[in-house]
Ligand binder design. Structure first.
Ligand SMILES: C[S@@+](CC[C@H](N)C(=O)[O-])C[C@H]1O[C@@H](n2cnc3c(N)ncnc32)[C@H](O)[C@@H]1O
Length: 379
């Protein structure tokens, strides 16, 4: 299966779209906002460019990405204003933001939202006193944020060498470049039957195959980004991970286990042939802190200056809706892959079942997916 041609978040803005079902990711980015903003300010203050080149890798369909662009812009302007008080006057910087995702991504949704975004955020900032380049003869205000798209896998070169100042990536790097080859036997059949990710029943070879794929992908990602970042460049990476070295936990692996269980219920109802389930595996890996540190150390282009592990805060009133909310979030992310493999007809049954299983489990014991945020400085 060619993941790069199939995998995409549910586009548009209907009830099952990613844009309507990504509040968990938004909450997480708010929780790490302080770290992200401090990092871009440090980059700006140490490199002082006129045009600050920023990439959002795995931007998806927009609203979360646009919120971050606004925050990054404000952070840079604040740093600029403070620096102006302490030194010689220079023109304010401009932010050039490059949105990256797989070519299958619904980039149009983002670009359609841009005029309103500029109107409500960027131009407003300009009118509020940060007038940057003034208006031209026709009365246009030149924006101080420029947004462009650079489609392509971040496991391949995306930008010219020595091009970027700052890289941000949120909830994207736990996606591998492919399902690891090592999970298939000599006949090309998955040896992870009945499971869709590392599960209790998975043989050691399955774990090894996922670990190897993570190591290959993450080290390639680091090498490529170090070539594309300028000296003084930094990255803020937010991704799912696991709390300790155990691959089976009550976090991300448990959510895949419940999805596998939902598939098995559909098999038992005759809605999916068993062989279909046996040949479905996800291109996902939740690394541990140690695994990330080790890859950063081995690859050698970056220094990890900050690492934090956290859980996304839940709404006070999540109670009855938690299963449905999580199922909708996972559906918006996984629908393209599942419908390609199983057909669209199973989606409603599958995710209704999944929502119920999540609520049943939650009533007995919490499910606690873990997120990492790390800051990497180019050395
Ligand atoms: C869950 S979304 C996160 C979107 C957004 N950053 C947020 O925080 O809401 C993950 C995104 O990563 C993208 N992605 C996954 N693998 C990728 C790759 N190899 N190259 C570029 N984008 C990738 C997916 O297409 C998807 O849009």
């Amino acid at each position: 299966m060619d993941i790069e041609k199939i995998f995409h978040m549910k586009g548009g803005h209907d009830d099952t779209s990613y844009s309507k079902n990504s509040t968990l990711q938004k909450k997480a980015s708010e929780m790490v906002k302080q770290i992200t903003m401090e990092t871009i300010q440090e980059v700006y203050l140490t490199t002082s460019p006129q045009n600050l080149a920023v990439a959002d890798l795995g931007c998806s369909t927009g609203s979360n990405s646009l919120s971050i662009i606004k925050e990054l812009y404000n952070a840079v302007i604040n740093a600029y204003n403070k620096a102006q008080n302490n030194g010689p006057k220079s023109p304010p910087p401009q932010l050039c933001v490059y949105l990256n995702d797989l070519p299958t991504n619904d980039f149009n949704s983002i670009f359609k939202a841009l005029p309103e975004f500029y109107q409500n955020n960027i131009c407003k900032e300009v009118d509020d006193g940060n007038r940057v380049n003034g208006s031209d003869q026709q009365g246009y205000i030149r924006p101080s944020v420029f947004v462009a798209a650079c489609p392509g896998s971040f496991y391949a070169p995306v930008f010219p060498p020595n091009f970027l100042h700052f890289v941000y990536s949120s909830y994207s790097l736990h996606w591998l470049s492919k399902v690891p080859n090592g999970i298939y036997d000599e006949n090309g059949e998955s040896m992870n039957k009945g499971c869709i990710y590392i599960c209790k029943e998975s043989p050691a070879s399955i774990i090894q195959a996922y670990v190897q794929q993570f190591q290959d992908d993450f080290s390639r990602f680091l090498r490529l980004r170090s070539q594309e970042l300028k000296n003084g460049g930094r990255m803020v990476l937010v991704l799912l991970g696991r709390e300790n070295t155990n691959h089976i936990d009550r976090g991300n692996s448990f959510l895949w286990q419940l999805l596998a269980q939902s598939f098995r219920i559909l098999v038992s109802k005759g809605l999916i042939p068993e062989e279909k389930l046996n040949s479905y595996d996800v291109h996902f890996y939740a690394p541990s802190k140690e695994e990330m540190q080790e890859e950063v150390r081995k690859e050698g282009s970056f220094k990890m200056v900050r690492f934090e592990m956290f859980e996304i805060e839940r709404d006070e009133n999540y109670g009855d809706n938690y299963g449905v909310d999580v199922a909708r979030t996972v559906r918006a992310i996984q629908e393209s892959m599942i419908s390609h493999h199983f057909g669209e007809d199973i989606l409603d049954d599958l995710f209704d079942t999944y929502a119920k299983l999540i609520d049943e489990e939650m009533s007995m014991q919490d499910i606690r997916p873990v997120t990492f945020v790390l800051v990497l400085n180019k050395v």
